[in-house]
Design a protein around this ligand. Structure first.
Ligand code: KG4
Ligand code: ZN
Length: 339
């Protein structure tokens, strides 16, 4: 079965074709980073308008790359939430119209389910059950994944997401958007430990996170920052170390608590090399294996949406045949299991 995936929840237009027999056939991505750069963050209205310009040309390109035609499609999967309402509406509107015109199902996909299943696009891929650390710009969650559609929340952030901590601190450090890669690049020439940033909730007796205090600590450090590039790099290194320490500590605690020895990392922050190194090392000491999506599928992309749609389709999990659609800018991933 051939599924077209459309991702437009935030600032990347991602389109992909996934075949349940042959795997990922083609994918294309347009990043709006340059479009929003001057504003220091995503401007929702500009994001929506750009998605409108990109979805159809990228869809044509992906079909051409795969040597497929619209008539070959068996379903269209689109990100229905969570995300920016206007941006989501573009993918949902085009995806649903296309499916309706072709007489095939339109599959509304939860963006985080896409991220969560994205490590299954890599080889070797994890068996169920696994623990998933979801770390993106908007979310930081630990989930227990027993199968497709069977997700239970173990812990989540009480305030800022890990990616948000990178993004907001990057702004304070005078770095561009998105902050994560910028902080990581600056940290490469810095030394962690030269500043003392907190590791919020690392020792709490639950699996929740809190990152907003870190941003405040960075603000204070930036105010008293000694002149020169080295101090900025050292602060970036300490910030990255603090976020990574907390993410690793909580993920390991989740493994210990559940006894599940497969850990999956998904979402944009999963591209962070220090996180990968530290988590892999800590997990190995417990006899636990860590799985990552291919680097290009860590941040938002269409492949994970096409893939999640294909798995849903295989499960016979068909949405109602009534035409029309809705988007859910706020949507709790745990609610999928109860549906
Ligand atoms: O999953 P994603 O592309 O979009 C959301 O759904 O949010 O994640 C974007 C987030 C941003 O906060 C960005 O700063 C962060 O992922 N990010 C990174 C890295 N690459 C992207 N954070 C740390 N290190 C990176 N290398
Ligand atoms: Zn995302």
């Amino acid at each position: 079965m051939l599924v077209l995936g459309i991702e437009t929840s935030c600032d990347e237009t991602g389109i992909a074709l996934y075949d349940t027999d042959r795997g990922l056939l083609a994918h294309a991505l347009h990043s709006q980073v340059a479009l929003h750069a001057d504003y220091g963050g995503v401007v929702p209205e500009l994001a929506s308008r750009d998605h409108i310009r990109r979805v159809l040309p990228l869809t044509r390109a992906v079909l051409r790359d795969a040597g497929a035609r619209l008539a070959d499609l068996d379903a269209v999967a689109y990100t229905a939430g969570p995300g920016l309402a206007g941006a989501l509406l573009v993918g949902a509107g085009i995806g649903t119209s296309l499916a309706h015109a072709l007489g095939i199902p339109a599959l509304p996909i939860h963006h985080l389910e896409g991220h969560l299943l994205s490590p299954l696009l890599a080889k070797p891929s994890p068996q169920f059950p696994f623990i998933a650390l979801l770390v993106s710009g908007g979310h930081t969650q630990l989930m227990q994944v027993k199968g497709v559609g069977d997700y239970s929340l173990l812990g989540e952030t009480l305030d800022d997401a890990a990616g948000e901590a990178f993004d907001k601190s990057a702004k304070l450090l005078g770095l561009g958007y998105p902050g994560g890669p910028a902080v990581a690049a600056l940290a490469a020439s810095g030394r962690a430990g030269q500043f003392a940033l907190p590791r919020p909730m690392l020792r709490s007796d639950n699996l929740d996170f809190s990152f907003s205090g870190l941003k405040t600590a960075v603000l204070t450090a930036v105010r008293d920052l000694p002149a020169g590039d080295q101090a900025r790099a050292d602060l970036a290194a300490e910030l990255q170390a603090a976020i990574v320490d907390v993410l690793v500590g909580k993920s390991i605690a989740a493994v210990e608590q559940t006894g599940v020895t497969r850990l999956v990392v998904a979402g944009g922050v999963g591209a962070n090399r220090r996180l990968r190194e530290q988590l892999t090392a800590a997990a190995r000491r417990l006899g636990c294996t860590v799985y990552y999506p291919p680097f290009e599928f860590c941040t938002d992309n269409g492949a994970m949406i096409a893939f999640a749609g294909a798995l849903r389709l295989q499960q016979g999990n068909q949405p109602p045949a009534t035409p029309g659609f809705t988007v859910r800018p706020r949507w709790d991933l745990g609610s999928l299991s109860k549906a």
